[in-house]
Design a protein around this ligand. Structure first.
Ligand code: PRP
Length: 181
């Protein structure tokens, strides 16, 4: 398996700062709760929240999806729940990537069931190809059509998470794709 650079650290930093500015403007005078969906979100969450210029609270949730390692099955269970009381709060659910959208739609339902007043969704990567849920992504960093992406928190079988850039994994090597490997 080879990897080709898709978004550099510089591109990611720029986009994360833009998102933070947009969210900070939209939530002026509100103290939102950012709920990060573990584990892939850690670096994005940490960079985004440090660039947010308004008072905010943070918490985390972890969902486990049954199925093979490359695809979400839609059978989702919460393995680490939020600890902040979400009743009457303005919640922004943050994830690294939306693929089928099943995980995030389930988490939005969970957050709604906890009594949040408003819920928005922020994802660094909005990947369209396999979308089966019609979830609305309010804030997104990059839109891609397809590809298995790793780095900056994103993994393949727990590998590649700690790379500072984002790569796309490719099965075959050709002359155009070996440069980033
Ligand atoms: C990944 C990613 C999203 C989800 C996207 O998490 O972080 O939460 O899959 O897939 P979906 O839109 O098809 O539901 P994963 O379950 O791999 O856990 P991780 O964050 O710990 O890597």
């Amino acid at each position: 398996m080879h990897r080709r650079i898709l978004f550099s650290k510089e591109q990611i930093d720029k986009r994360v700062n833009e998102l933070a500015l947009e969210i900070s403007r939209d939530y002026q005078g509100v103290e939102p709760v950012f709920v990060g969906l573990l584990k892939g979100v850690i670096f994005f969450f940490s960079d985004l929240l440090r660039a947010i210029s308004i008072p905010a609270r943070i918490d985390f949730i972890r969902a486990e999806s049954y199925g093979n390692s490359m695809e979400s099955s839609g059978n989702i269970r919460i393995t680490k729940d939020v600890e902040v009381d979400l009743r009457s709060k303005h919640v922004i659910v943050v994830d690294d990537i939306v693929d089928t959208g099943l995980t995030l739609s389930h988490i939005v339902d969970v957050v709604r069931s906890r009594g949040a007043e408003t819920i928005k969704v922020c994802a660094l990567i909005d990947k369209m190809e396999r979308r089966t849920s019609n979830i609305n992504i309010d804030y997104w960093g990059f839109r891609i059509e397809k590809g298995f992406v790793v780095g900056y928190g994103l993994d393949y079988a727990e590998k590649f998470r700690c790379l500072p850039d984002i790569y796309v994994l490719e099965e075959k090597v050709n002359n155009d794709t070996v440069k980033g490997d």
